[in-house]
Design a protein around this ligand. Structure first.
Ligand code: HEC
Ligand code: HEC
Length: 397
């Protein structure tokens, strides 16, 4: 019955944590966002670690790993991104001229000192006359931002909200000397663009594809399983995954973490405003065939019955309180069974061209695989031409 109740809350996201109820929703309609709150939220999203250095530095000792062994070449190879806008022109010229040693961990420390590594926040001090990384923490941007590669592969302007599907989170975390061997094996098995936000509670190994954090304005329930609101999930991740200094409580999952002072909860409204301000990118003209896409739209709404679930402007029925059993949509139930709902939310389709693979576990590598999945599941008997048209339409969203 949780989904049927329609208690509207304001943007006081603190309620999510403080009241421990399952009924809060983000407003249905597009809200008008306060620019100052959005700007504050952008800073939080990009740079705020919620003091998670207490974990990533004091416990996991990631600062030592980076200082000793992670060159920029290694960092880029595991999918970390570099924000060119923080790098002074002289340094840019030196990089472009091949005069910067990208195989030296000391260069990574310099990049961290400049605040140039997306999603990582380092504190660098001079120790014995040498730049030394003394604190390291992570931010939301680690997984939910990338760059446009305008300077070089992995180096460019930030693209917030874009999931980083080059990032091998598991391999990075597994570098920590504090991680036991069994967990290291799990972390090293995930691969790029995936993360399991529940392993630390149930010990299972079912990583999910990192989803976009853009195009969520108006969507009432977030994550693949439709558990709750943006702010609910932000608090969950900040406290239970990033190990930020904050409180999170959900009796449905038997989680009750209290840390005082709580630096997460007061930042949730700004963080929410920023996420809601992130529009999904539009595909460039010429990247799809518009005539075929128009035929594909007719199929989407007609013969292929996609819009029976991917309904309305947001391409989801979740705002009507509908979720789907794994069997109904032909998905593996294992991931859903660990969530609050046990079901899957019809994913709001947005900028599909940008974030393959598809489905919660990445089981469809391409849009063609998505269409084949439904063709078989619903015995649609689409012709090759119809499938191609449907794919062109999906590329246009
Ligand atoms: C280590 C990688 C990682 C970090 C760091 C991270 N996330 Fe996520 N995020 C994920 C994954 C994986 C999911 C999918 C979980 C699911 O659906 O069950 C997710 C889901 C989401 C969603 C839901 C999107 C949708 O379409 O349902 C939002 C919004 C989001 N994250 C925002 C944030 C914010 C804000 C932060 C910082 C507080 C953050 N994330 C930190 C990996 C990460
Ligand atoms: C019965 C409801 C239902 C129908 C009908 C349906 N979908 Fe879905 N769709 C879902 C659900 C639920 C998910 C999430 C599944 C998951 O992540 O495992 C999803 C996920 C997707 C995704 C992946 C989005 C992403 O970002 O990962 C695409 C693409 C998609 N559907 C396209 C279609 C197309 C095309 C059709 C018609 C051929 C269709 N769907 C029919 C419910 C439906």
């Amino acid at each position: 019955m949780q989904l049927a109740s329609r208690i509207m809350v304001t943007l006081t996201a603190a309620a999510v944590v403080a009241c421990d109820h399952a009924t809060s929703t983000t407003p249905d309609e597009k809200i008008s966002l306060d620019p100052a709150l959005v700007a504050q939220g952008r800073d939080v999203f990009r740079f705020n670690t919620f003091e998670d250095e207490r974990f990533w530095t004091d416990t996991a000792r990631m600062h030592e790993v980076v200082q000793a062994a992670v060159s920029p070449a290694t960092a880029l190879a595991v999918g970390l991104k570099v924000d060119i806008d923080t790098i002074p022109q002289a340094v840019r010229d030196a990089i472009a001229g091949g005069k910067v040693d990208l195989t030296s961990p000391a260069t990574t420390v310099t990049l961290l000192k400049l605040g140039a590594v997306v999603g990582l926040k380092g504190t660098v001090q001079t120790v014995n006359g040498r730049d030394t990384l003394v604190r390291l923490g992570i931010t939301c941007a680690l997984c939910h931002s990338t760059v446009d590669n305008s300077f070089a592969p992995g180096i460019g302007h930030r693209l917030d909200g874009y999931p980083n599907h080059d990032l091998n989170v598991g391999a990075i975390v597994a570098l920590s000397p504090a991680i036991p061997a069994a967990l290291k094996a799990i972390l090293n098995s995930w691969g790029r663009g995936k993360y399991d936000p529940r392993t630390n509670f149930d010990g299972k190994n079912l990583p999910a594809v990192i989803p976009p954090a853009y195009g969520l304005s108006g969507v009432r329930r977030e994550i693949y399983t439709g558990d709750d609101t943006v702010s609910y999930w932000n608090a969950y991740v900040a406290v239970t995954q990033m190990h930020g200094q904050g409180s999170f409580r959900d009796s449905r999952l038997n989680i009750n973490i209290t840390k005082s002072p709580d630096v997460v909860t007061p930042l949730l409204p700004a963080l929410l405003a920023y996420q809601l301000s992130l529009a999904a990118p539009k595909p460039l003209a010429g990247t799809f065939d518009a005539t075929a896409a128009a035929r594909g739209k007719a199929l989407f709404d007609g013969t292929a019955r996609c819009s029976s679930c991917h309904a309305g402007d947001l391409f989801t029925d979740v705002n009507q309180g509908i979720l789907h059993s794994p069997a109904e949509v032909g998905q593996n139930p294992a991931y859903a069974l660990r969530s609050v709902t046990g079901k899957y939310r019809t994913t709001p389709l947005r900028a599909l061209f940008q974030h393959a693979p598809y489905f919660h576990d990445g089981s469809a590598a391409t849009l063609a695989a998505v269409v084949d999945h439904y063709d078989q599941l619903f015995a649609l008997h689409l012709t090759a031409q119809q499938k191609a048209d449907l794919i062109e339409y999906l590329k246009s969203l």
